[in-house]
Design a protein around this ligand. Structure first.
Ligand code: ZN
Length: 184
């Protein structure tokens, strides 16, 4: 039922960005996304998945996006290389909350490798590169339009970069920083 209201609310802000690189968009504002996509994003924003508390996490970590003020907290339970539990608490703009909710949904039960692949693919999409066609991004597709808003890309990637870092830490509690970030 709140659909109409939110439509109107986000419709207001969509007009003004006409492609001038760093156009200012306020915190709660949503970039100009396709109407269908916008609904998917709003649904995740209003009912974020993955909030259920995890009893025995292997790792807890957090991430912060100073550009927008988004914060994410992750609790991760990994069992024989598989993400058996994932708790995601995100506070911030619609894009960051929606993206972290989608992540919670997508990564539950995935292997670490699959998780990394999803992240790589999503990151490609955010940077306007061709994503791996074999990877099903699910609801994340709805965020494809964010790629046109450089300021918001960090919002979309926050939970994911935090997650990727967590997985790396689990793999090598010491140090293992693969300069893997930009293989373009
Ligand atoms: Zn944000």
């Amino acid at each position: 039922m709140p659909e109409q209201e939110s439509e109107r609310e986000s419709g207001k802000v969509t007009e003004r960005n006409s492609g001038a690189g760093g156009a200012h968009v306020s915190d709660r504002a949503m970039p100009q996304l396709d109407a269908l996509y916008r609904e998917v994003v709003l649904d995740h924003y209003k009912r974020p998945r993955g909030r259920k508390k995890i009893e025995h996490p292997n790792l807890c970590t957090s991430g912060f996006n100073p550009t927008c003020g988004d914060q994410v907290m992750l609790s991760l339970e990994v069992e024989s290389d598989r993400i058996s539990g994932l708790e995601v608490q995100c506070q911030g703009c619609s894009i960051s909350v929606a993206s972290s909710s989608m992540m919670a949904e997508l990564l539950a039960g995935k292997s670490k490798e699959e998780a990394q692949r999803l992240f790589d693919t999503f990151r490609c999409m955010m940077h306007g590169q061709d994503p791996d066609p074999e990877v099903d991004l699910g609801d994340l597709e709805a965020l494809s339009g964010v790629a046109q808003f450089p300021v918001r890309i960090k919002c979309a990637l926050l939970a994911w970069t935090t997650m990727a870092e967590a997985l790396r830490k689990l793999d090598a509690p010491g140090l293992k920083e693969g300069p893997h970030t930009d293989d373009v």
